[in-house]
Design a protein around this ligand. Structure first.
Ligand code: HAM
Length: 423
């Protein structure tokens, strides 16, 4: 039997309904925040992610799906959404628009990671990016989207961790302090951290292997190396979060696994008992240098992405059911082949008039048609026979009360509108 690739999954049935519901909620939510839908290609030239996400990151060095296309070009399936949007922002000169430019996206991302619950090789992200504002209000708005989205869903046990990486000057000073600090301890660090020491010493701080060692706990803290501008930015973000009643926890060891961040970084965790180790439901931060790094004009940015798969797992462990009831307004069937054109015309017309309607597409007998109507949770059943075609008087049955009606074709839509709105 042919099987799906490792770390992927099929979406159908209840999970499909849940995703559709989330999409609707996200559409409405992002309208409220005035962010516009944005779609970039699922694959880009590999360079986009090398420059965007950073070649020293685990994502680019170990996890990308790279391929050479038939024209001999190096391509990569997107491991995240930010780099592609930045590429498009520059290519389409969107920086010439009124700022801030606020966009949201929803789609598949691909990372060659070791699969486990909440960690897949193809997964769904909902994210947003805002360009053109250095103002800490922008960081706070971005964080508020995640918090409000989770609140709308009734998610409990959510912890917002925040930190700052400061501007370039602060980060360089901190980097130096960390290198000086870790230098005499380098042998006691894990192999990954030994590598990180030269390439990106900040990443040593979020190592899971060395996390509990004293040298990690006593490491210098970013906040002590922030210059005035960076300190001011961070305290304003916190002030604005407080003003919106958003609770957060300051986590000085939060550094994130992507190279592009400056100033604010955040991760939103599900603090739910028994929830798996992949408990970061969403994350993001500010990236004031990324547009320039990717050869655009210097433009600040800030954004987030939420892992939809992890969100669904969190909802499940809290027993929050977001499956909307699946039902049909009408199910139609006819007795003989001669009545099929009449039925198809009627069904087509009802669909155009806004009804959810399905019909017998495999020629069931009467008993099985009624059974099928029950299974589809149809509110009404339309039955077409010779008489209906001749007289244009339609027989329909309320599938719950079993009440039967004979309605003239020209009054059918009005009748159904009334009856279905009464339900
Ligand atoms: P990220 O932290 O790499 O950030 O991913 C964001 C979220 O995607 C994670 O918190 C997690 O919920 C989900 N996620 C990541 N990897 C997997 C996986 N293998 N399986 C299932 N879910 C996963 C970014 O992607 C940045 N682009 C966020 C951002 C936007 N920063 C600024 N703008």
């Amino acid at each position: 039997m042919l099987q799906k690739p490792k770390g992927t999954y099929d979406i159908y049935g209840d999970n499909a309904l849940k995703i559709i519901y989330l999409r609707k909620l996200i559409n409405a939510l992002m309208d409220k925040y005035n962010y516009k839908y944005f779609k970039t290609p699922t694959f880009e030239k590999s360079e986009v992610f090398h420059r965007g996400v950073g070649v020293t990151t685990d994502i680019v060095s170990k996890e990308t799906y790279d391929f050479v296309d038939r024209g001999n070009r190096n391509m990569t399936l997107r491991p995240e959404g930010t780099a592609g949007i930045v590429r498009s922002f520059i290519e389409n000169k969107l920086y010439a628009d009124t700022m801030p430019f606020k966009a949201w996206y929803f789609g598949s991302m691909f990372r060659y990671e070791r699969p486990q619950s909440g960690r897949y090789r193809e997964f769904l992200q909902f994210g947003a990016e805002a360009f053109g504002s250095y103002d800490p209000m922008m960081d706070a708005e971005i964080i508020s989207i995640i918090v409000n989205f989770f609140e709308l869903l009734g998610l409990k046990g959510i912890k917002v961790n925040i930190n700052t990486l400061g501007d370039n000057e602060s980060r360089l000073n901190y980097r130096k302090a960390l290198m000086d600090y870790f230098k005499p301890h380098i042998d006691s660090l894990c192999d990954d951290c030994k590598n990180r020491y030269e390439k990106n010493p900040l990443r040593i701080l979020d190592c899971k292997v060395d996390a509990d060692k004293d040298i990690m706990k006593n490491a210098p803290k970013m906040v002590d190396y922030l210059n005035d501008d960076s300190l001011n930015h961070y305290s304003k973000v916190k002030e604005y979060l407080k003003a919106m009643g958003i609770e957060y926890v300051e986590n000085p060891r939060l550094v994130r696994g992507l190279d592009y961040y400056t100033h604010t970084v955040f991760e939103v965790e599900a603090d739910i008992e028994g929830f798996g180790s992949q408990n970061v439901l969403g994350a993001g931060g500010r990236y004031d240098d990324l547009v320039e790094t990717m050869e655009g004009p210097k433009t600040p940015g800030v954004g987030f992405a939420i892992g939809i798969d992890r969100l669904l797992l969190a909802l499940e462990s809290l027993k929050i059911d977001i499956t909307e009831e699946d039902y049909l307004d009408i199910y139609a069937f006819c007795f003989d082949e001669e009545q099929r054109p009449y039925m198809m015309s009627l069904v087509n017309n009802l669909r155009l008039n806004g009804f959810n309607i399905d019909m017998d597409l495999i020629g069931r007998n009467i008993k099985n048609n009624f059974k099928h109507a029950d299974k589809l949770k149809a509110k009404f059943v339309i039955i077409i026979g010779e008489d209906e075609v001749k007289t244009n008087i339609i027989t329909l049955k309320n599938n719950e009360t079993k009440e039967e009606y004979k309605i003239e074709l020209e009054n059918l839509i009005e009748f159904l509108d009334l009856k279905i709105s009464e339900e």
